[in-house]
Ligand binder design. Sequence first.
Ligand SMILES: Nc1ncnc2c1ncn2[C@@H]1O[C@H](COP(=O)(O)OP(=O)(O)O)[C@@H](O)[C@H]1O
Ligand SMILES: [Mg+2]
Length: 357
Amino acid sequence: MGETGEITTQKLRVGIIMGGISSEKEVSLESGRNIFSKIDRRKYDPIPIFMDRRAALWEIPLKLLMRNSTSDIEDDLKEEAKPIPYETLKDRVDVACLGLHGKYGEDGCMQGLLELLGIPYTGSGVLASAIGMDKYVGRQILEIGGIDVPRTIPVTRRQWEKEQATLLEKIAREIGFPCVVKPCREGCSTAVKKVAAAEGLPGALDNAFLWDNVALVEEFLAGMEVTCGVLGVDEPEAMTPSETIPTDDVLSLEDKFLYGQGENKTPARLPAEQIERIRETAVGTFRALNLKGYARIDMFVRTDGRVAVLEPNTLPGMTPSTVLFHQAAASGITPADLIDRIIRAALEVHAGKRGPL
Ligand SMILES: Nc1ncnc2c1ncn2[C@@H]1O[C@H](COP(=O)(O)OP(=O)(O)O)[C@@H](O)[C@H]1O
Ligand SMILES: [Mg+2]
């Protein structure tokens, strides 16, 4: 980029970072290679960068990019890929396009590293990413902003070991049944369980504690599940919301991400004023949490019409079948345009920074 922001003949080198060490690394691989295939090559020079299970970075050739799974890629990194020590990343890329999801990629850790390296990156900053990953802290902030969220009781592993009886009573009184139990900071429906009665709580909580030291017990939301992408920096705009059609009690990994399995309808089949309320809630959430670039906000339209926020996704899935591309299309935005906007937002945010975001 020239100083005035116009594109010079030199194409911007975009490091597309994928893989990583979270439970969502296979989805991340799909997101990363989809970004790689859809990015506008007249403007950008994409470089696929794989994060291995030790969080080391590698520039991978096409033949590794096309492998079936992250472990298939890991098998041949030493022979086929070029290691990129963190401190050299800035020599290789002008901007980092994050295809990562979940722990260490979406929660502020990677964002902090990129801040230290001085590399612009797509999506939200350190604090917003960390808050976006922590479902409880995020909900408290949204509540202060007047946004409806499910009634929630956070339970730490220590509390559960020491005060089971008190907690069971509190949950029955304040949340009731059915309720939903989940780890505080996970993704892809990992250990998310609908619990019909008190007897189901210990098992569901023990399962959630395999993933985090804090679990949430929350109100089961009835009504229609909807999700809405938001784009922008200072003037965020909502795309066209989708409704999510569940095939089971809670959405599993396959329902949401694997090709052809996702059951979404875009636009959501709701009256115009409801659609508008969903879009306003999505933008309100984006602003309240200080999200940047893009995000997808998952919500429920309650049976009485109120819109409750379930969670923000600060680096939402970018696989070919994910709703973000359907919503973009419904709003007249092609996949290449969507990726372009996300990268331009990263550059804009970086240029205006007065310290880490
Ligand atoms: N409180 C709830 N009420 C109803 N359904 C829920 C609730 N919490 C989660 N679900 C269902 O489970 C899915 C995954 O839960 P979510 O909180 O989004 O976790 P993750 O971060 O793993 O995506 C949601 O998309 C929704 O279908
Ligand atoms: Mg979710």
